[in-house]
Design a protein around this ligand. Structure first.
Ligand code: CMP
Length: 139
């Protein structure tokens, strides 16, 4: 079934100028860009996105990092998009991420792990609505 998922290229990806390479990977795989923007994430929006992590030890550093510079937010769609993107990203901790995955190829530490992808269809729906209006999603 065709799904939509939210992908963020985090400030480390923008700063290292590897956004194009990462978007290319998703396109080559067969996922379609449905929405795309570059933005500086306001702290309130970051807090909304990461509300499930509120209270965890890494939460303050997470908010600080994700608001430290511009990010690229996109909606990718395609068959099984949520799972496909998760597989392509590799594990959250880049130490364990297999070579060939995005984190496995581009990241070394969990706090700056290049990319975010929704972890379920429900998360994707919630997260897409944080970054995009319905009008911004190409049909
Ligand atoms: P992400 O998929 O964006 O979701 C939450 C983020 O918190 C995660 O990627 C990591 O970048 C970051 N993070 C930092 N420390 C941890 C940790 N100990 N466990 C999980 N996520 C962490």
């Amino acid at each position: 079934t065709i799904e939509r998922t939210l992908v963020l290229l985090k400030p480390d990806a923008v700063q290292r100028k590897i956004c194009g390479e990462i978007i290319s990977r998703f396109e080559r795989k067969g996922l379609a860009l449905t929405a795309l923007k570059l933005l500086a994430l306001p702290p309130e929006t970051a807090a909304k996105h990461y509300e499930e992590h509120l209270g965890k030890s890494f939460y303050p550093a997470l908010i600080e990092f994700i608001t430290s510079g511009p990010i690229v937010a996109m909606v990718l769609s395609g068959p099984n998009a949520v799972k496909v993107v998760r597989a392509m990203m590799g594990t959250t901790n880049p130490v364990d991420a297999m070579p060939g995955t995005i984190r496995g190829d581009y990241a070394t530490v969990m706090s700056s792990n290049i990319v975010h992808g929704s972890d379920s269809i429900a998360s994707a729906q919630r997260e897409i609505a944080i970054y995009f209006t319905e009008q911004e999603l190409v049909q």
